[in-house]
Ligand binder design. Sequence first.
Ligand SMILES: O=P(O)(O)O[C@H]1O[C@H](CO)[C@@H](O)[C@H]1O
Ligand SMILES: Nc1nc2[nH]cnc2c(=O)[nH]1
Length: 291
Amino acid sequence: MAATNSDMSTSGYSFEDIQAMAQEVLKYSSLRPKIGIICGTGLGGIGDVLEDPVPVPYEVIPDFPVSTVKGHSGKFVFGMIQGKPVLLMMGRLHYYEGYPMWKVAMPVRVMKAIGIETLIITNAAGGLNPKYKPGDMMIINDHIDFPGLTGECVLIGKNDERFGPRFLAMSDAYDKDLGNKFKECMVQLGHGSLLHEGIYIMVGGPTFSTTAEYKVLRMFGADAIGMSTIPEVVVGRHSNMKVFGLSLITDAADLECASKNKLTHEDVLKIANDSALLLQKVFVNFISMVN
Ligand SMILES: O=P(O)(O)O[C@H]1O[C@H](CO)[C@@H](O)[C@H]1O
Ligand SMILES: Nc1nc2[nH]cnc2c(=O)[nH]1
């Protein structure tokens, strides 16, 4: 049985709990996907390219948390892309929603138990690199786990070796081959100029950052900023999945304190929505290239 939110000393869900949740989800489809996609804020449009979609709302899965953020619908969806079965997670959980880290990334363990071997993680992010513009994309080639560095790593707590090892190398977190394939597919589609590669930093949120914070995080070497993704990447790697991470840049961080416009979640959703058709086209191509 899942531990309470305040119990930070365990990973919350036992190996058996996770297997039981996976079995529940698998009852809804005969598909057995090896590719899983986590849709970032406003990026659920990726689901529109699924053939024969079969949704599994989180409410039907015992003990599964609910999604509370606008732009995250709260379901797994089975379907086919380019003849390949895939599982979409539409409804990520965030730390700022009040979920402890271990709960935020728990769905990744469920995906692993379902049979997912390749995990594609997307997010909406602010551009810290001054070259990045809203609508650009960034392949994540490394990250800064800011909560992790300050003692909130998702793997803190007892470790059950059936999930993965106690100590985990993160130097090879992002699969280079998947990154190259994504690049190839953007170039093939004529959108190579929108694409960057860089470092994602996670902050806790839900506040957007101050100019002073943006400056510090940029000095750390981060290219894009968001409030998600890294716990999922860490748990994905802990589960020995191949991981690919993509940020859609939805806004440029105001490093000069020059903008009079205050950033809102609606701005983030709007850019995500404007990029939906392009992302759909890109993902159809990309999935056809993923083994
Ligand atoms: O990271 P995703 O879930 O894409 O969402 C991003 O967008 C939201 C802010 O608008 C935050 O949750 C931030 O992390
Ligand atoms: N600046 C900024 N922009 C975002 N866009 C999506 N998430 C974020 C964030 O955390 N910070």
